[in-house]
Design a protein around this ligand. Structure first.
Ligand code: COA
Ligand code: AMP
Length: 635
């Protein structure tokens, strides 16, 4: 017997045009599409070609003007670090966004221009994103924990006309000035923005450059509201840079039409959220989860979204999540497992939970990294609600696999994010592009076309898009995750097949870190690996070989290397440990034996591979790891 999930899934795969055309009727269109799925330029697929839409209109004006819900709370800003709670109705948010859109227009921003947003978790970040969408400009939000150099790389790739930033971010008790980072990034970049709009926060006043910078308040005072500009469904809404296998991040592009349709649909189908509900994604607007589920999907749906400027612990304690849920009557929340590990570590018995009324809370969703069964079970036990692991990527924009709570609830199998979401034809492939039978591990891949909302290409780089995602398995999108599907269709995501690691739910490239380490004048060779960490899931650890003849204090060199990564990639890399070794273990053909080093570091069983050039080196690696507290000391 079929259930609503099976019915939706079958139709989405067999007749995607009918399936998505129906979902699209839930959005406002200035002009209806000619074609639901345009496959005339394979392997590039486009959704809703010919259609004209505006994402900001759908997220704000539609609720105010078309549905008479302007008085509904759109946004709750909850900031324990500034002791602020502020609420905005849909009508209020629309008016602020329209005015800021006018301010951007006054600075010369027009349809198709890029605007970089480098901001902490404050309402003005959302306002900036939506204001860009309103006038058809393409935003690119850069996460605040990245260093100036990473920001510079993104400035050079996106070539923004304007950058919007704030005087500071607040990390727990610390005020982090943003403006010096921004100034340094612009100094490092070859493309220069015409203007920067700076939101001054009371905790830190930024010094402005008279010819380039303008204060947010001044820009707002001068501006008149801007109307929504209809754009093609296929026009880009945003670019979000994500770690690739080199220091050059990938500019994931998101279109307007398919994105609005898929995200709005997902709010009910996956998350079981209706427009009268309060929803909270505890992530950061700098990540895809923040784009999709702090900003766009909940506002497209017309429900209330919570913007939380705080941490799961320390702002002020491990009860912060429970306070937010009970105070704002949150129905469902979404975060990364690492956040729950942090809470569990501080309050293993969840004693702080007793202080709050959690009766309105229904479902906890986790993603961003593998959800370890212990964290799921702890959360299930204490919260007494379903805990739903789901799997997705920056590229896909929304979930590939989930227990779709608005369609049908399947029994949870720990270690699996459940089944493919409607729209996603997930297969497990072997290196010859053949499908593997149930239970066998291979490359998790998605048969083309990808559903609406997923990336149509990389920013100004169709070739890299094809090479990175579509070439290795012709006819499929390569997720770069390895895993399997069992006989009941449950998907298991095991590990990345490239050098991406997940540190506290943040996606980072070890290759990019190796590039930084290799630039140290005394380093001959470096490898960075993601080593298991009880809180953050993985943390990067560097293995460094020095040039012959270097005999400086190794502690000093390691401190320099740690500082280099912090300075060039950012504190978010959490790169704190490195060790100096005489040589890296390699195969006879010269490939670094990363898997073996990883096993030693994770205290797993390991065998010297037959191809190793010199097995003795493994003992040295083990000794070096013991010294820095990784790998168990020899008995
Ligand atoms: N601006 C500036 N610096 C930032 C930053 C930001 N937006 N976000 C993080 N950083 C800094 C932190 O201050 C920290 O710096 P430090 O090395 O000087 O202490 C460093 O980057 C690492 O930050 P983080 O990964 O957040 O580690 P943490 O130890 O401060 O906190 C957790 C650990 C688990 C509490 C935290 O990572 C967390 O809440 N994670 C939730 C996961 C999440 O939101 N994932 C997004 C995808 S769903
Ligand atoms: P990001 O692009 O930052 O969202 O990171 C995407 C990567 O995170 C995926 O390719 C996976 O490796 C990992 N990931 C995300 N969600 C899950 C999950 N539920 N289970 C296992 N891995 C996950």
């Amino acid at each position: 017997m079929t259930n609503p999930y099976e019915a939706a899934y079958q139709q989405s795969i067999q007749d995607p045009e009918t399936f998505w055309a129906k979902a699209a009727e839930d959005c406002h269109w200035f002009q209806k599409w000619d074609k639901v799925l345009d496959d005339s330029a394979k392997p590039f697929y486009r959704w809703f070609t010919g259609g004209k839409i505006n994402t900001c209109y759908n997220a704000l004006d539609y609720h105010v003007d078309d549905r008479g819900r302007g008085g509904r709370i759109a946004l709750i800003y909850d900031s324990p670090v500034t002791h602020t709670i502020k609420k905005y109705t849909y009508a209020e948010l629309r008016d602020i966004v329209a005015r800021f859109a006018g301010a951007l227009r006054d600075l010369g921003v027009t349809k198709g221009d890029r605007v970089i947003i480098y901001m902490p978790m404050i309402p003005e970040a959302l306002v900036s994103m939506l204001a860009c969408a309103r006038i058809g400009a393409i935003h690119s939000v850069v996460f605040g924990g990245f260093a100036a150099k990473e920001l510079a790389t993104r400035i050079d790739d996106a070539r923004p006309r304007v950058i919007v930033s704030a005087s500071c971010g607040i990390e727990g008790q610390r005020v982090i000035p943003y403006k010096p980072l921004l100034d340094e990034a612009i100094r490092l970049s070859t493309s220069r923005p015409q203007s920067c709009v700076i939101f001054q926060r009371p905790q830190e006043t930024a010094t402005l450059l008279p010819d380039r910078d303008v204060e947010w308040d001044t820009a707002m005072q001068r501006a008149t509201p801007a109307d929504c500009v209809p754009v093609a469904a296929t026009d880009p809404l945003y670019i979000l840079y994500t770690s690739g296998t080199t220091g050059q991040p990938k500019g994931v592009v998101r279109d307007n039409g398919g994105h609005a349709v898929a995200l709005k649909w997902s709010m009910k189908a996956i998350y079981d959220i209706d427009e009268d509900d309060v929803w909270w994604a505890a992530s950061d607007v700098g990540w895809v989860v923040g784009h999709s589920y702090i900003v766009y999907a909940p506002l497209l749906k017309g429900c209330t979204t919570v913007l939380f400027e705080g941490k799961p612990v320390g702002t002020p304690d491990a009860g912060a999540f429970w306070r937010v849920i009970s105070e704002h009557n949150v129905k469902c929340m979404f975060t990364a497992p690492t956040a729950y590990r942090a809470i569990r570590r501080e309050d293993p018995q969840a004693r702080l939970l007793q202080e709050y009324d959690m009766s309105g809370f229904r479902i906890l969703f986790l993603a961003g990294e593998r959800s370890d069964p212990a964290t799921i079970q702890w959360s299930e036990k204490h919260l007494d609600v379903p805990v739903i692991d789901h799997w997705w990527q920056t590229e896909t924009g929304w979930a590939i696999a989930a227990n779709c709570m608005g369609l049908h609830r399947f029994p949870v199998k720990y270690g699996s994010p459940t089944k493919a979401v409607p729209g996603w034809d997930v297969r497990v492939l072997d290196p010859a592009n053949e499908e593997l039978p149930p239970g066998e591990i291979g490359a998790l891949s998605v048969r083309l076309p990808l559903p609406p909302g997923s990336l149509p290409t990389l920013w100004e780089n169709d070739q890299r898009f094809v090479e990175a995602y579509l070439s290795e398995y012709p006819g499929y999108y390569k997720t770069a995750d390895a895993g399997m599907i069992d006989a009941e269709g449950y998907i298991y995501v095991m590990s990345r097949t490239d050098d991406i690691i997940n540190v506290a739910g943040h996606r980072l490239s070890t290759g990019a870190m190796e590039e930084v380490l290799a630039a140290h004048p005394e380093v001959a060779e470096a490898a960075v690996l993601g080593v298991h960490d009880a809180l953050k899931g993985q943390v990067p650890v560097g293995f460094v070989v020095l040039n012959a003849g270097v005999n400086r204090n190794s502690e000093e060199i390691i401190d320099e290397l740690v500082a280099m990564i912090r300075d060039q990639i950012g504190p978010v890399a959490a790169f704190k440990k490195a060790t100096i070794v005489k040589r890296l273990p390699k195969t006879r053909s010269g490939k670094i034996l990363r898997g073996t080093i990883q096993k030693i570091a994770d205290n797993r069983e390991f065998k010297a591979p037959a191809t190793i050039d010199d097995p003795v080196i493994l003992d040295e690696i083990k000794g070096a790891l013991e010294k820095i507290g990784l790998a168990e000391a020899r008995k």
